[in-house]
Design a protein around this ligand. Structure first.
Ligand SMILES: Cc1cc2nc3c(=O)[nH]c(=O)nc-3n(C[C@H](O)[C@H](O)[C@H](O)COP(=O)(O)O)c2cc1C
Length: 214
């Protein structure tokens, strides 16, 4: 049934009947909460319909949209408001081709990706001692903001792992010619979606505990 739904949506999308954004109705529990509040409905719908997109149209992402994504990233909460990040944007063909050349396994997919945002940690802004690792949470919050902003702007995006895979961290730092104080956490691939993905329904009440366990 799920597969059939997916095929129907994909067919309708190809025929142009529905936009690249997945169409879902809000679960009744959420619909009840947002009621007539259109902006709350929009925000929650954006969160619930986001899904990872890995195939893109060969269409550049406008600079104004790239800035909007970066602003969304930088709006994330960070521990002690340290904002320990730096964003490396690849949007020029020559840069993307150079990055593709450095990746023997995914070169063809990389070449077809219009935009990369590498979310990097700035070690000069990190906390010290036991709080040091909080940078991962800070940058993850920024990354999720970028994914959600991309979805809101009609773009598709997907988080791709860099940190903590040492080989990837070293390889990407070298290809991007990063100064030694920057550590790439991930590379977010972004573009106009060339595929329709149904959002996964991840709601599972078994994964919630209300109150203190007895
Ligand atoms: C920390 C993290 C690392 C991920 N790494 C990759 C990756 O290397 N390649 C990839 O295709 N997707 C990657 N993803 C995307 C996940 O596969 C995806 O979020 C998951 O399957 C759930 O699907 P959804 O995003 O459509 O809800 C990553 C996501 C996270 C949060």
């Amino acid at each position: 049934m799920y597969k059939l739904n997916k095929m129907l949506i994909a067919a309708l999308a190809v025929m142009g009947f529905i936009s690249a954004k997945a169409q879902t109705t809000l679960p009744s529990s959420i619909a009840q909460v947002v009621k007539e509040d259109a902006s709350a409905k929009t925000v929650l719908e954006n969160i619930l319909t986001r899904t990872s997109i890995r195939k893109f149209k060969q269409q550049p992402v406008e600079d104004a949209k790239i800035e909007a994504l970066l602003r969304a990233g930088m709006a994330a909460p960070t521990s002690g408001n340290k904002q320990p990040w730096h964003f490396v944007v690849l949007k020029e063909k020559k840069d993307i081709e150079k990055y593709a050349e450095s990746n023997q396994y995914h070169a063809e997919d990389i070449k077809k990706t219009p935009l990369f945002i590498f979310v990097c940690a700035d070690t000069t802004r990190m906390a010290e001692g036991q709080s040091k690792d909080l940078w991962i949470q800070d940058l993850s919050a920024a990354s999720e903001n970028i994914l959600l902003a991309a979805h809101a702007l009609g773009l598709g995006a997907c988080w791709t792992t860099v940190y903590p895979i040492e080989k990837k961290v070293k390889g990407i730092s070298k290809t991007l010619n990063l100064p030694s104080h920057l550590i790439p956490l991930n590379g977010i691939i972004i573009g106009y979606p060339a595929e329709m993905e149904q959002p996964k329904d991840k709601w599972d009440v078994q994964k919630v505990t209300y109150g203190i366990r007895q």
